[in-house]
Design a protein around this ligand. Structure first.
Ligand SMILES: Cc1cc2nc3c(=O)[nH]c(=O)nc-3n(C[C@H](O)[C@H](O)[C@H](O)COP(=O)(O)O)c2cc1C
Length: 261
């Protein structure tokens, strides 16, 4: 594999870890990392050639590909580049997300080479899939990279054979169905340092007054909650808190990565 481009979106960081392990298995001659969590990296269109391979790694939100990288597909031109489509999810389910990602890649002119879904710690911080990806997940991710590199070298592409689960039309992604907008609230512990506003992938937090979050822009990714040095941010809506507890209880049983090659 010569040129590999890695497009990833990783508010809390677990998706990036999966991308790194797959990359370790792919061992390309040259790599370009593109962090789509940074708004500036979503501004300009990106175009590839059929000599390129592009690893796409995005988290699942409510059974779909999280919306910011999903919207970025309008600016992507595959031109026959090979796509390696990967989603990460928090041990509930990836539902239609991997099929959706494969479809997005195809529609943008990529040729789908392989796909996978990896379990990562749930961003809600509720003890679901805690500590994942673990050593076993990382080994599977590296192995997935190796198998994909071999497929690329053999040029044995058979898109129809991937058989990715999911249903079309894709499910409607929830927006504000927790009895209010799903956005973090800020407590008195806030020191107005602005760390949250600077790192927000959606540019939803006011830079002058970081206690103000734009509910229409916020994707509830939990990055600000994790990054806040004062632990001043949280989502406290009781419907959401109850939902999170239910998730943690109901989806305790360990799920393993799914690989399509
Ligand atoms: C708003 C939101 C919705 C989510 N929806 C799902 C879901 O439908 N199924 C699931 O198993 N995990 C879900 N997750 C968990 C994430 O997919 C998982 O934590 C992912 O690893 C986060 O990636 P990151 O650490 O790179 O931010 C959701 C997380 C968030 C923040």
């Amino acid at each position: 594999m010569k040129q590999l481009h890695i497009l990833y979106f990783s508010p809390v960081g677990t998706t990036k870890r999966i991308a790194e392990e797959i990359y370790n298995g792919l061992t390309p001659e040259e790599v370009h990392w593109i962090d789509l969590s940074l708004p500036e990296n979503r501004e300009n269109p990106l175009s590839f050639t059929d000599e390129d391979a592009v690893l796409m790694v995005f988290p699942v939100y409510a059974g779909r590909v999280v919306r910011l990288p999903r919207y970025f597909f309008k600016k992507l031109q595959g031109n026959g580049a090979r796509a390696i489509n990967v989603v990460t999810y928090g041990n509930r389910a990836y539902d239609d997300a991997l099929l959706e990602l494969s479809q997005l890649s195809k529609d943008a002119g990529f040729v789908n080479m392989s796909a996978a879904a990896f379990v990562c710690e749930h961003a809600f911080g509720i003890g679901l899939a805690e500590g994942r990806p673990d050593a076993s997940d990382c080994e599977k991710a590296r192995n997935f990279g190796k198998l994909t590199a071999r497929k690329w070298a053999d040029d044995s592409l058979d898109e129809k054979g991937l058989n990715i689960p999911g249903e079309m039309p894709f499910r409607t992604q929830f927006r504000h169905d927790f009895g209010g907008p799903l956005v973090p609230e800020t407590s008195e512990a806030c020191s107005d340092c602005g760390v949250c506003a600077k790192s927000c992938p959606a540019e939803a937090i006011d830079r002058v007054n970081p206690r103000v979050t734009d509910a229409k822009r916020c994707i509830a990714c939990f990055r600000c909650i994790r990054h806040c040095p004062k632990k001043a941010r949280a989502i406290q809506l009781s419907d959401f808190v109850n939902h999170a507890k239910w998730l943690a209880e109901t989806f305790k049983e360990r799920k393993e990565p799914d690989i399509f090659i």
